[in-house]
Design a protein around this ligand. Sequence first.
Ligand SMILES: [Fe+2]
Ligand SMILES: [Fe+2]
Length: 273
Amino acid sequence: MGLKIEELKGGNIDLNKPVVLYEDENHRVAWVGSSEDFIFRCNAYLISSGDKNVLLDPGGIQHFPQVKDRVSQLIDPKEVTHIVAHHQDPDVAGSTPKWLEINPEITIVTTPRTKVLLPYYGFDRNKVKWLDVSVLDDTMLELGDGSTLIFLTAPFLHFPDAFVTYDSKSKLLFSGDIFAAIQQKWELIVSNFERHKTEMMYFHVYYMASNKALKYFVDKIKPFPIEAIVPQHGSIIPKEFVKDALEFLENLKCGIDLLYEESPIQIVLSDLI
Ligand SMILES: [Fe+2]
Ligand SMILES: [Fe+2]
């Protein structure tokens, strides 16, 4: 019962199945991501609590069969009640129309500027239920057993209207592209944080707007007790590395910080190519 991340560390995990990250009588969080031999692997997550099943960052259109298969091993896919789209990128939300075909009653949780763009994947914005995430950081979704999902905006990380989700029950922070990593060798849970910092740096230097944006975001999430950070790409950051991960982002130069000054970006580039 409770958080399972410690148990999963170093274990043999069958990634053809959903991986339960947290479970109690009323609340379950599972990884339902896709397996792909590519440095840009995509994670999706399903929170089932009370009468709600919330699918976070369901993934691209080509990931749909895999994600649906993993979701089906936990619930009937028709029972997905909410999709949380932390921003509108194709790797995050391209499969949204497929999920709406299965259940047109799904509520999409997202920010106003993401809401403008998502229907371009091919669905009628007027026929869909929406829950608008406010810039005031006061948007919440009540789940079973008094637990709450709290939606916190993360401006310019990397989309101007990006946001993250905090689950008050599991104390997991679903961070979308923030804390994401580009990895040659993927693992579900970070084992070597020194190596992981480099892998996060590869992602953040290009995608994230600036250190100022990162600093304000880290300040916003610091007061929350975080048991693990669960990003859309890369590995889950367990509690033992959360403090270091926050410090790492707080101090990282990225985006326009590097574009307009002499920077280590050439070293990063030559490493990647
Ligand atoms: Fe993205
Ligand atoms: Fe992404």
